[in-house]
Design a protein around this ligand. Structure first.
Ligand SMILES: Nc1ncnc2c1ncn2[C@@H]1O[C@H](COP(=O)(O)OP(=O)(O)OP(=O)(O)O)[C@@H](O)[C@H]1O
Length: 626
């Protein structure tokens, strides 16, 4: 009998996974729409499977090793050997594959094809075929990728040591920091004469500290649009052009993508992930002999962007480690450090903390703050040549940041400086006009627009609306949701796990369309594949996505990146509570994203959705900080 409140007809009993076929039949009943027989339930893409379990496997609903096999099999057709090795390195590092050696044996020829080709050219002979030395060389290249991603060698993943592994004694991290394209650096250094007066003061101050080993610690206080990134990248280029090591880090992956060879501070310095706010003993997880340790001893400039968002403790951990590594008791071991950020924006996030806790966790409350010299940028370079409207808008934002904006009854009327629109549909029309013709839109068109929303629920809703507006080949990807303890399967049925949409985890059902921009939600291979970068889908395969990069410092529109689309969501249950932990995750459709994530990367036409259905958008919106 139909329930009064819902349109449910009945209750599907939970089944223990030991009752294999029933368990999988139940799973299919939740996925397959309008089945007419048991056989139609077992049919996937016109193939009739013998068992319900087989059909579930074909639909990608089960977590088994065949996913990795399928991924590599698809990738070996469409990827270059180098990108296949990159993909395999990512899989080794993040996917907890049970038998990676078997995968290597099956696909090593595809991964070593470029080496064979090179050898044939070198010896001008087409008779050369695959042999152990070629596989060893491919293994060596794979090892390099894995070391960069995980800091571990392939031996850790059960691989044999390639014979020529001795070459890895070269410090890969130092090598990477010294191997820049000099021509490219020279081009960047030529921007020097474009600096405005304020930028020039900062530039000279940093360069004199680097050149004379003064070990200054500076903080660049600069609101959005004043040319921080422009200046930082110039400083990095100048120091690197001189053959010295300059490390560029940021508090978040998305901010790091804007800096040349930028990485997150946590991954660069191996900062601890958890510490107490009053921790005075923790240090970075690096030894003096390690590659990172050597890099931290040799570098002469560290630039830490968005430092205003970092916990003071992480900066203090770095300070202690630098003093120790460099045998120098001056702040940061005598290395020149440039922090940059804007305390008017977001302060460090303190879980369940008060405003006072956030202020207390910020760099300004660190014992290092008295040693820090503050430099300022005030001229907004982004609106220099635009109309008065934009200039006023930037002024208003600054006033809000300083707490000086004229408020009535402590309330700010946002409508006074934004164009408000009445509905989400209208907002989509304004931000993505004529999205029906998606194939005619240029990369730039996508780069300069996005809709920002503070909640995942709205993000999903807007994604669905936008995706339904254009026709393109689409593909559905399902996450494999499981509970950590098998015994909990009965208490937390699969469809319940599928219905969960916790923060930072994509939904169970991900519908993607060719041409749609997506956002990567995980640091897979920084700085190219970094949490927060935007990509555009070029091809959809059953286990693989082919994408190009839309935003980030590494703009490689010609390079197709391959992302494995098998994702697991594992739920860890505690007594009767249930908390979802995120194990491996690729990406979500990203036309809308969370406000913070994208505010740094859009310089065109963003729209912003505020809660409670107040919707507004602003052409040429410069930056919005909630
Ligand atoms: N001296 C300069 N000459 C010419 N263009 C500049 C100069 N400084 C900055 N710009 C340009 O101004 C724009 C904004 O600069 P940039 O992105 O570096 O600002 P920002 O402070 O990093 O902003 P945000 O904090 O919002 O990321 C960019 O397009 C940049 O190329």
């Amino acid at each position: 009998m139909a329930s009064k409140k819902t349109d449910a007809l009945g209750w599907v009993y939970t089944i223990h996974p030991n009752n294999t076929e029933c368990f999988h039949l139940r799973m299919l009943l939740h996925i397959v729409k309008g089945p007419t027989s048991f056989q139609s339930l077992r049919t996937v893409k016109n193939v009739i499977y013998d068992t319900f379990q087989g059909a579930c496997k074909a639909l990608g609903l089960l977590d088994d090793e065949s996913h990795w096999e399928n991924t590599l099999s698809e990738a070996s057709i469409c990827c270059t050997p180098k990108s296949l090795r990159c993909l395999f390195a990512i899989m080794l590092t993040f996917c907890q594959i049970t038998d990676p050696l078997k995968l290597w044996q099956n696909y090593r020829e595809s991964m070593a094809d470029d080496i064979l080709h090179r050898k044939r050219q070198e010896l001008s002979s087409n008779d050369i075929s695959f042999d152990q030395s070629i596989f060893d060389e491919a293994l060596f290249e794979l090892n390099k990728e894995v070391e960069v991603l995980s800091g571990k060698s392939i031996v850790h993943f059960g691989f044999p040591l390639p014979i020529n592994i001795n070459r890895t004694t070269i410090n890969i991290e130092c090598l990477r920091e010294r191997s820049y394209d000099q021509q490219q650096l020279l081009l960047s250094v030529q921007n020097e004469n474009q600096l405005n007066r304020e930028q020039r003061i900062v530039y000279d101050s940093v360069m004199s500290s680097v050149n004379n080993n003064e070990g200054k610690i500076l903080f660049l206080d600069a609101p959005g649009g004043t040319g921080k990134t422009f200046l930082i990248n110039l400083l990095l280029a100048k120091v690197r052009y001189g053959g010295k090591i300059a490390l560029a880090v940021a508090s978040s992956g998305i901010a790091a993508t804007l800096l040349v060879r930028g990485r997150t501070a946590h991954s660069t310095f191996k900062l601890p992930l958890k510490y107490d706010s009053d921790d005075i003993t923790s240090v970075c997880n690096v030894s003096k002999q390690s590659g990172t340790g050597k890099l931290m001893q040799d570098c002469c400039l560290i630039i830490w962007d968005e430092a205003s968002m970092s916990q003071k403790t992480s900066v203090e951990v770095l300070d202690r480690t630098m003093r120790d590594l460099r045998h120098n008791n001056s702040p940061m071991g005598g290395c020149t450090v440039l922090f940059s950020g804007d305390f008017r924006q977001i302060l460090p996030v303190v879980t369940r903390g008060t405003r006072a806790d956030e202020v207390n966790a910020s760099l300004k409350r660190s014992y290092l703050w008295p040693y820090i010299k503050i430099l300022e940028l005030k001229t907004n370079m982004r609106v220099l040549c635009t109309d008065q409207d934009n200039i006023n808008f930037v002024k208003d934002l600054l006033l809000i940041g300083k707490g000086e904006f004229q408020a009535t009854n402590d309330k700010i009327n946002i409508k006074s400086f934004c164009n408000s629109v009445p509905t989400i549909t209208k907002l989509i029309q304004n931000v993505y006009p004529n999205i029906q013709n998606i194939s005619s839109k240029s990369l730039k068109w996508f780069q300069e627009r996005a809709i920002l929303s503070p909640t995942n629920e709205q993000v999903d809703k807007i994604n669905d609306l936008i995706l339904s507006r254009f026709d393109a080949q689409s593909q559905m990807y399902y996450s494999v949701d499981t509970v950590l303890e098998k015994e909990d399967t009965v208490h937390f049925p699969t469809e319940f796990l599928n219905s969960l949409t916790p923060p930072k985890v994509p939904p169970h059902k991900l519908i993607l369309k060719i041409g749609a921009p997506i956002i990567l939600m995980r640091n897979l291979s920084p700085p190219t594949l970094c949490n927060g970068i935007r990509l555009q889908i070029k091809k959809l395969r059953s286990s693989l996505l082919e994408c190009i990069i839309l935003t980030g410092c590494v703009k490689l529109p010609e390079i197709v990146l391959n992302i494995n689309m098998h994702f697991r969501r594992i739920v860890q249950t505690a007594k009767k509570k249930c908390a979802m932990t995120f194990e491996l995750l690729p990406q979500n459709t990203a036309i809308p994203s969370t406000v913070y994530n994208l505010s740094n990367t859009i310089q065109g036409r963003p729209g912003i959705v505020l809660l409670n259905f107040i919707i507004f958008e602003k052409y040429d919106l410069i930056n919005f900080y909630p």
